[in-house]
Design a protein around this ligand. Sequence first.
Ligand code: LLP
Length: 440
Amino acid sequence: TVDGNSSIRRVSDWDADRLAELAAEHGTPLYVQDLDRVRENCERLRGAFPDADVRYAVKAHTGRRVLEAVRESGLDAECASAGEVDRALAAGFGGDRLHYTAVNPPARDLDYVAGVAEAEPDLTITVGAVDTLDRLAERGYDGRVCVRVNPGVGAGHHEKVRTGGAAKFGIPYDRAAAAAREAAERFDVVGVHAHAGSGIDSDQLDSHRELVARMGELARELADPSDDEAPVDIESVDVGGGFGVPYKEDAPALDLPAVADATREAVAPLPAGVDLAIEPGRYVVADAGVLLTRVNTVKPTPDERVVGVDAGMTDLLRPAMYDAYHPIRNLGGGRAEDGSDAPAPDARSATPVTVAGPICETGDTLCRNRALADPTRGDLLAVGIAGAYGYEMANQYNSRPRPAEVALDDGTATVARRRESLADLTAVERGATRNRADRT
Ligand code: LLP
């Protein structure tokens, strides 16, 4: 199931013994990110979109090793903040492979990126408000600009991740051509951009197609204006990312070549010299990652069987935030009630359980009422498809140090991000009494 262009690596495809070894060596919760799968996903995207610029949306996974793998695979970097630009630079992205998408950008971010542009004049800044253009001009920036459009059509796995149609993002479609022409008087306008949302599945392809068609129309209008406006000579039409991956065990994977065909067809005919661009994040990294967590408490209650684990919403926020489904596989290794080794998971009965983390919030669950091979204390659970927006959305709520992450490269594991310590929790705090973590 791991090759071919419309495949997904399921949690059942991972080598259970290897994951158990990694958990034993590095402790839990632990993210494992397989760089070989990241590279495969990059190749699948480039294979399906051979004629497009593929820009990796760095926000999905910002780890250095991942960024380097993506760069070596030939993708550009699309960054959402100064911090992401900084990471992309450190991972070797530069020149015209660096894109910064500014959404209500803090002054500090604009200062930083305007500074970077002096050394990297080929970077592109994507701008979704005329105000942002003014603020760039104030900083002496007159370089490459891409105009972000609100395409008026959105898609995605949850209303919280639909960007198209949301007023926060982009210049309204009917004003976009005029805005691009005006911008071209002050900047080098090199493209137009729109993003429908995140987690688009096969059922939402109509919205995707509609967005793409509108962007193609806009590109033609800029190249060959319907009235006597001056043409704007752009290089690319960026139709965003958002390609979904199937989280549910029985959900089909997106047929990427078919999506690519539909995209090309909807955007056509592109003016001469204008390329299609896409900026997928999730698709590159999601199924390359798992989160390992250990069962520490099993509690039968009148209503449900609650399985307490050491990872929670601070490690993987998606279930709490979007009711997102992540596949969970019991890798076993725990003890039976009498202290003997529990049977292998496939010899246990499937039992409906709620898997809950250690955070003091009712919403702190990784799944509810899901049939798993009856978990027992000490079992290791693998939470699948956790490589996108997993570690990235981890936080320190409840004063929880963030988990560790290991990168697998051709089977060799190295610590990519060390586990945070209690001392890390107070590292930025001033005037606090020295705590126990400092003393030891
Ligand atoms: N381009 C832009 C301008 C974006 O805002 C995003 C995602 C992407 C590209 C990449 O989208 P992707 O291919 O990864 O779907 N935290 C949420 C996802 C938020 C995505 C925000 N923008 C989640 O965990 O589902």
